[in-house]
Design a protein around this ligand. Structure first.
Ligand SMILES: [Zn+2]
Length: 399
């Protein structure tokens, strides 16, 4: 659920320097694909060196050194973090908080957290798109790990209206309504309960590459409200949102929140993790990639490639190449295979249209509307750029 990773945020920042203050990006005139990974010019900000190696590969070399630790080194670093957390919390409070979607990443983080003797408050958001199996998985996980669970059931009328606004806006990141809400719920609860540590499932092994132009910061409430104001029919009253000040000033600089990414301290392999949670937590597989969410499957498998001309699968496979889990040849073969058959796509489209209260034709008409960038709407982006500049000016020079 938490797609905005620290890793991608840092990668994005490098790419961001090439984006205009309005958030516009350039596009390439000639097709090119990286000779080391499989990222290509469907990312408008990609650059290549004279050997044809892309900017994502170069950035990964820097990030890996600072943020990705495996083997005994990773284990010892993570143990130190756990000891620090334990030394700061007393036995009668929660050591940390974690978002639990029922997917592999968040489930495995919950498993590791308990294994290291930390008492977590697990938070789940029922966004209205959950499958019955996801609900059952969460029940099993909580029972096995003996964690307290806080469930937030979203106001479906508002969520439906907001989700439709994003489709009408035609922006790339239509996952924002879900991602923004879960982050808002998590931080609000952490603040209320005085929990300092947030365990996150985001990780470099499987998602170190995410081009800046392929999504936009889900935490930006200014952008979210502007899109809802233009296309929505309801005023959001119950939808969980976190303000610009809380997100980018309070949570980033003033509060004592620390986000820990346990999966960056192990040799994280999804297949292995799945085998462990099946055995230890009675977790059941959803039947295929993104089968836990019909919405994500449709959004990533159909909407993005058709409307915005890129396939998130490419960034995912490129990430696996970077972390040594897949060869370039295997990744290229996987890119050619379609894992989203047309009959399933048509079935998903009908399901989503119906859930959003539309006929398939009405839904298609909305999706056929103009493609837009997040920057076509008011956003926090110019303020964030200003904040970053200010920060770099205030930072003492290294020379
Ligand atoms: Zn590359």
């Amino acid at each position: 659920m938490e797609k905005e990773t620290r890793a991608s945020f840092e990668l994005n920042q490098t790419q961001e320097s090439k984006v205009s203050s309005k958030g516009e990006t350039l596009s390439h005139s000639k097709y090119q694909i990286c000779t080391k990974c499989i990222m290509d010019t469907t990312d408008p900000l990609i650059e290549f060196d004279d050997k044809g190696v892309c900017s994502h590969c170069h950035h990964w070399d820097q990030v890996q050194e600072k943020q990705y630790f495996t083997g005994a080194d990773g284990e010892s670093r993570f143990s130190k973090i756990v000891s620090k957390i334990k030394s700061e919390t007393s036995g009668d409070t929660y050591d940390c908080i974690l978002g639990l979607s029922g997917g592999v990443d968040s489930t495995y983080v919950a498993y590791l957290t308990e294994k290291h003797g930390l008492n977590a408050l697990a938070v789940h958001m029922d966004s209205g798109w959950n499958s019955e199996l996801a609900v059952k998985n969460i029940e099993n996980i909580i029972k096995k790990l003996n964690f307290d669970l806080f469930t937030h059931v979203i106001d479906w009328d508002e969520m439906r209206d907001l989700q439709l606004s994003y489709f009408k806006a035609g922006v790339a990141n239509c996952d924002v309504p879900t991602d923004h809400a879960i982050t808002a719920i998590l931080y609000k609860l952490a603040e209320e309960k005085g929990i300092k540590y947030i365990m996150s499932g985001s990780n470099l092994a499987t998602e170190c590459i995410l081009p800046f132009s392929w999504g936009y910061d889900a935490k930006d409430s200014i952008n979210l409200k502007a899109i809802q104001k233009k296309f929505g029919t309801l005023k959001l009253k119950n939808y969980p949102s976190r303000s610009f000040y809380k997100t980018y000033i309070h949570d980033a600089y003033l509060s004592r929140f620390t986000t820990i990414r346990p999966l960056n301290f192990i040799d994280y392999n999804k297949e292995d993790a799945m085998a462990i949670i099946k055995k230890e937590l009675d977790w059941r597989e959803y039947g295929g990639k993104h089968y836990e969410s019909v919405f994500t499957r449709f959004f990533q498998g159909y909407y993005l490639p058709n409307k915005h001309g890129f396939d998130k699968k490419r960034a995912h496979l490129a990430s696996l190449i970077q972390s040594g889990q897949l060869s370039r040849d295997e990744a290229l073969k996987k890119m050619e295979l379609s894992d989203y058959p047309e009959d399933l796509m048509l079935q998903d489209r009908e399901f989503i249209a119906k859930k959003l209260g539309l006929s398939v034709t009405e839904f298609e008409t909305i999706m056929d509307g103009p493609k837009r960038e997040f920057s076509d709407f008011p956003s926090a982006y110019p303020y964030l750029q200003f904040l970053r500049k200010l920060k770099s000016l205030l930072r003492p020079s290294k020379s």
